[in-house]
Structures are given as structure tokens and as C-alpha cells.
Design a protein around this ligand. Structure first.
Ligand code: CP
Length: 307
């Protein structure tokens, strides 16, 4: 088996392209496995994985848990709301206590940027970042790029626009790093108040006009507005955001070519995307979710091989 250069999956920024390619090749095998009648393989038998979720999640949490179970790992789940963190315990103490129970790998979602990287320096286990604040969400970016590769054959040369709340989005940042490494062209689109000031230094262009952005792209990745991360107002109202940046069927039908629609979830139907678009043939949203399991199986399997 080839192995990853990375010892942890903390983000895409520092992940070599060769590691991304290996994760995709491995995910191809696991995609075949999860579509068999018997979806389980013994690859991670005797490996114990703790899923530590200090922030809400539906897709990522279930997807990691399913990936782990499909690989025959032993799995323990932890959520902050029911833990002793609320009694004042530090992150390192909490995780060290869990590791004393002989856990090999930790999958962690945390509201603070850098939490996974911090943990990797203090804990003797393999760490997988399942989203750290507005910083990175590496497995989401990998499954997004993998879904583009699946639909189009390759990512290189594709034109992708990421629409919405770029400022607060870990999905946007990880997607930009991943897509650029794989040779795609990337634009970001949304209100200028929701654009990070450094964004063009990542090699992406800003387009504030939704129709112009959609006319340019092959694929539009629609993000939700992250109201939970916004301490001030970045646009007059959600209704006005929807009027300017909400994707509807008349807008899609008015374009000169067909484009593919992606969304990392959770979707706010009727805000950034209508139900008609989300459920249309343009959408590969549920393919993204399916591919998430194969990608996470590949990541866990390969990282276990480097431990
Ligand atoms: N895409 C994503 O991270 O969704 P969850 O917050 O439900 O995990």
C-alpha cells in the first residue's frame, strides 16, 4: 500500500497533491465496497476511533461514523453538550482521558480555528479535522473535488464558482486550496462584505454579480449564510440576500449552458437555493453525501497505515 505523507489530516493548505491523488484512488475502491450488498471490510479491525464533536453536525458526524463502521473499526462518540467540558476541563485533558482508554485516532469538530492542529501537537494519536471554526473542513473539500472528478473525469481545467458567505466558511477555504492544487479555476461570488480581505492572494477572483459568475462557471457550489458566526450584519436582510444571490430555476434556465450545482449542506431552502434547483437534475448534492463516506473511509484507512 502507498502511504500518505501527512500524519494527520488537519487541513488542505498543507496537504500535498500526491496525498489528494492517493486519497481519491483509495476512495474509488471504497466507493465500490459501499455499493456492494455486504458493505463492510475488515481493514481497521482492532483500531479504535473517537469522534469528538464540540459543535453540531449531521452529515460529517454520521458520515465518519459510517465510514469507521464500514472499515470494522471500534467507534466511540462524544458530544460537548453531554461532556465534562462544561465543568471546566481543558481540551487536552478531555482528549488525554479518552486516549487513556486506548483510542488510536481522533476525529474532531471544534468551533475554534486551529483546535485540531493544537491537539495534534499535544496528543499521541492521529487527528482528523472534521471542521475547525471558520478555518478548514478538509474532508468536505476532498469529497467535493472527488464528486467533480466523478462527474467530469477530472478537476483540472474546470471552472468552479463558490457562492455565498465566503468570510465565515471553512468549506470555501478548504475547497479553494483543494481545487487550486488540482488545477481548477476558482471564483468566489457574494456580497463584498462577505469576502475575506486576503482572498485574491489565494489565486481566486471575486465576482459580485451572480449571473456573471454562473455564466462563467461549469460548477456552482452554493454555500449557506452562516448566521451563527456573524456578530454583525453583513447585508440588509436575508430577503435581500436571496434576491441578489439566491439560485432559482429561472436563473439557471436563463444561462447559455447547463451547469452543475453543488452544496455542502445544511441547505437553507429558499435562501441560497430553491428546492426546485436543489432537487433538480443539475444538482449532485446527494452524490456529494454518498462520496463523503468513501472519502472518509480512504482518509481513515490511509492515516491508520501511517500511524
Ligand atoms: N457539510 C457539513 O459539514 O455538514 P454538517 O455540519 O451537518 O456536518
Amino acid at each position: 500500500m502507498s502511504s500518505l505523507q501527512a500524519k494527520h489530516l488537519l487541513g488542505i493548505a498543507d496537504l500535498p497533491k500526491s496525498d489528494i491523488d492517493l486519497i481519491f484512488e483509495t476512495a474509488d475502491n471504497f466507493k465500490e465496497v459501499i455499493n456492494r450488498p455486504i458493505k463492510k471490510v475488515p481493514s481497521l479491525r482492532d483500531v479504535t476511533i473517537a469522534n469528538l464533536f464540540f459543535e453540531n453536525s449531521t452529515r460529517t458526524r454520521l458520515s465518519f461514523e459510517l465510514a469507521e463502521k464500514r472499515l470494522s473499526a471500534d467507534v466511540v462518540n462524544f458530544s460537548a453538550s453531554s461532556s465534562s467540558v462544561s465543568k471546566g476541563e481543558t481540551l487536552v485533558d478531555t482528549v488525554n482521558n479518552i486516549l487513556a482508554m486506548k483510542v488510536d485516532m481522533v476525529v474532531m469538530r471544534h468551533p475554534k480555528p486551529g483546535a485540531a492542529a493544537y491537539l495534534s501537537k499535544h496528543i499521541d494519536a492521529t487527528i482528523v479535522n472534521a471542521g475547525d471554526g471558520a478555518h478548514e473542513h478538509p474532508t468536505q473539500a476532498l469529497l467535493d473535488a472527488y464528486s467533480i472528478r466523478e462527474k467530469f473525469g477530472e478537476v483540472a481545467g474546470k471552472k468552479i464558482v463558490i457562492v455565498g458567505d465566503i468570510l465565515h466558511s471553512r468549506v470555501a477555504l478548504s475547497n479553494i486550496h483543494c481545487l487550486k492544487k488540482l488545477g481548477a479555476e476558482v471564483k468566489v461570488c457574494g456580497p463584498i462584505t462577505l469576502m475575506p480581505r486576503f482572498i485574491e492572494s489565494l489565486g481566486v477572483e471575486v465576482e459580485t454579480d451572480l449571473r456573471a459568475a454562473l455564466e462563467w462557471c461549469d460548477i456552482a457550489n452554493m454555500l449557506r449564510i452562516q448566521l451563527e458566526r456573524q456578530e454583525q450584519k453583513f447585508f440588509p436582510s436575508l430577503r435581500e440576500y436571496t434576491m441578489q444571490y439566491g439560485l432559482t430555476m429561472p436563473i439557471l434556465n436563463g444561462l447559455s449552458k447547463e451547469i452543475t450545482i453543488m452544496h455542502p449542506g445544511p441547505i437553507n431552502r429558499g435562501v441560497e437555493i430553491t428546492s426546485e434547483v436543489a432537487d433538480s437534475d443539475h444538482s449532485i448534492i446527494l452524490n456529494q453525501v454518498e462520496n463523503g463516506v468513501a472519502i472518509r473511509m480512504a482518509v481513515l484507512y490511509l492515516l491508520a497505515g501511517t500511524a
